[in-house]
Every structure is written in structure tokens, then in C-alpha cells.
Design a binder for this molecule. Sequence first.
Ligand SMILES: *Cc1c(COP(=O)(O)O)cnc(C)c1O
Length: 435
Amino acid sequence: MSDLKKYPAILGGTAVRKIPFPKVNNMGIEEKALLSEVIDSALLSGFVARKGEPFFGGPKVRHFEKCISETYGVKHAVTVNSATAGLHAALAACGIGPGDEVIVPPYTMSASAAAILMCQAVPVFVDIDKNNFGLDPSCVEKNITPHTKAIVLVHLFGMPARVDEILAICRKHGLKLIEDCAQAPLARFNNQLVGTFGDAGILSFNQNKTITTGEGGVVLTNDDTLATRARLVRNHGEGIIADFPELSIENTLGWNYRMTELEAAVGIAQWAKLSELTEWRRQRAHELSDLLRGIPGLKTLNEKNSTAVYFTYPLLFDAKEWSIDKHAFVKALQAENIPCAPQYVKPIYWEPCFQQKIVFGRGGYPFNSAVYKGAVSYEKGLCPVVEDLHHNTLVNLFTCYKPVSAEDIQDVASAIMKIWQYREDIAKMGKESRV
Ligand SMILES: *Cc1c(COP(=O)(O)O)cnc(C)c1O
């Protein structure tokens, strides 16, 4: 123990990192300039709930939407005030309502499933493929019932799911496909942007996403009817639908999901930075993967057929190889001042609203609705891959973003190497502290 530098911090050695990882700050003069224009114009929102130009929002909202639709090569980008709102608007626009089931993974932000409940439909949780954290197509097939109307496919951690196979299932069974790309802007599958495969794709611009407007989101679609219906849900649809006699009224109640000119102004400036910020993440992530390649018991992402954008850097941890569990590994890594967590979220169906089936009132609606003829299960153990990731294998690193440098990434790898070398001592310490 003479050389404290080589010894893990958790065993009393010196931490690899003396200074914390850098903070994210991608705001600058571009955002300020566009915001000033909005303030000077005194038009903070251009929306009015009537048919005509103001149905589409103010000049900054429309400009932002044009930037997004051009990058994505889609006909419509409908901005909203959060991705949660976007998911709800897209599902409602697809006609999802009471009595319907919608398939969704339980390993995602709770909003992916909550948006289904907002439509008074029933979320059906289906297990994922641990190689890409997206829905497992074979599990999806097994869970399709006569009530299934749509699939919410999440591209988690910025890693594309097996969207080609999921799309084929949707076509075969006549299901709508909504892609939740909140964590995956610019991610590609077979060189096609995810979010452009299904009926609609959703991006998030909340504070923690790759680019931000504080709060915000967008619905991407090539479907004219879906776009108009989503715009009605965004903007007091019940008061305008009479002016759209060609559209079905169903599920066009409006929730006021409109984005302000202020957020759109920031969004325009942020959008111009998205590709650089994404490349930065990918470069750091690939450096890290190269450095970790020789260490046993760690599995990094395999980007075969896909371009991941590393919202986080997920690792699969093999406790047998390491002789410590992932919680001990993460504690040791945190002691080296490397930002990481031993898990993502709990499987969503563990949450009380699903365990107790209490959402709207206390009577069990929509699970026991007279129009719902299915029998959904939320029992623990429902999705074994997700539960195993949660308990045993998933480790998330938060180390790949601008302005993290190649040297910072070296520190991550050095810290992990050090823990690997002293894993037996860490295991012993764990045993001693338990007696
Ligand atoms: C962040 C996130 C959302 C919700 O985004 P908001 O803009 O905060 O509503 C939905 N799904 C996933 C996968 C997310 O990561």
C-alpha cells in the first residue's frame, strides 16, 4: 500500500480524478441573439386557437419546425412543450383511446407509458433485447392481442432498437408505430434516422437532453392527417375541429401543448449545434469503448447496423468475472470521482399506479373499463431481461458529452482498470464489512 496512487480510493488510495467532470453548457451568443429578437418583437407566442395562420404558431415556432423537418427529411415537425406532450398528442392523433392496448418497454422514462394512460388506453409492458435496450421483437409478437392498436418503441440511451423488425410486426398486424427518440436525436438504424420509420417520432428538448429549450419537444411525421390532428391536440382542438369537417373528431380534445416563441428561439440556435454535440458524444464514447475492450466482464454497445448517439454510456457488468457485484463496482468508481449510476429506472410496472391499478379515480379505470376487454398483467417478474438489467447487469456512465476531453475519458478507463486490478481486495472489504 506504499503507492497510494495505484490503490483504489474506496480502499483509501488517491482518486483518479481530483476535479469533477465538466458541466454541460451549450448556451451562447446565438441563443441570446434570437431570444433578444423575440423580446424586441413583444410576440411571446403567435398561437391562436382558430383555423388559419395562427393555428401554426408564431414565426420562431414555424422557423424551428422548418429546421427540424429539413434535417429529418419529414413533411411535418409539430413542436410541443414537452416530449411527454408529444407522445400524448401523437397517440391521440393515431386515434388511441379507451379499450385499446399499446405495447411499450418498461425500461424507459415513465412518460413513455404515462402518455398511453393519458389516452385512457392500457400500457402492455414487453421485455427488451439487452444488446440494444429496445423492445425484443419476439416478445412483442407474443403480446399482441385483438386489443393491441399501437407500439411505442423507445430508442434508449441513444441506441437504436430493432426498428426494422418492429415495423414489420406493425405492418403485419395493422398497428401504429410511435418512436420515442427523446434520448436518440440523430441516431440511425441502417443509415436511416430513427423517428422516421414509424407513423410518428418524438424528440425531447428538456434540460437534460442533448439539446435543450428548457422544456420542449417535437412530433415528426410524414402523415398529413396525423400532423393536423396532433396540431389540434396541441391547440384547443375541441374549439376548432368544426372547421375541419374532413377529420374525425375522435380524440381531438386540445390540451394546450403549444411552444412559446422564447423556447423556439433557443431551439433554432440549439438545433444548429446538434450535429456537433452528437459527434462529440460519439467520439468520446468510441474512445472509451476502445480503452475498455481488453477488460473482462464488461460489455459495451455493438453498433452493427446502427449509429448510437450515447445519451448515456451503458455497460453490461458481469459480476461473476469481477467477483464483486455492480453496486460495489459503481461505489468504487464513484469514489474515483467518475459520474456513474448502478441502474437506470425501476421497471415501470413496479410503480404504484400499475401495482395498484390506480390512475383515474380509485376505481381501477382504465384497467377495468367496460370497453376494455383485455386482461393486462403487471406482476413482478413480467419482464425478466429488464429486471436482470436493473438488479445485476446495467451500469450507466455519464461521461460522454461536450466538453469532456479525450484525457477525461482516459481517467474513466484508468479508474476502471484500477478497480479491476484490486477487485479481490474490494470483495474482501465487502465481506468484512458485512460481519
Ligand atoms: C426525457 C424523456 C421523455 C420525456 O421528455 P420530456 O420532454 O421531459 O417530456 C420521454 N421519453 C424518454 C425516453 C425520455 O428520455
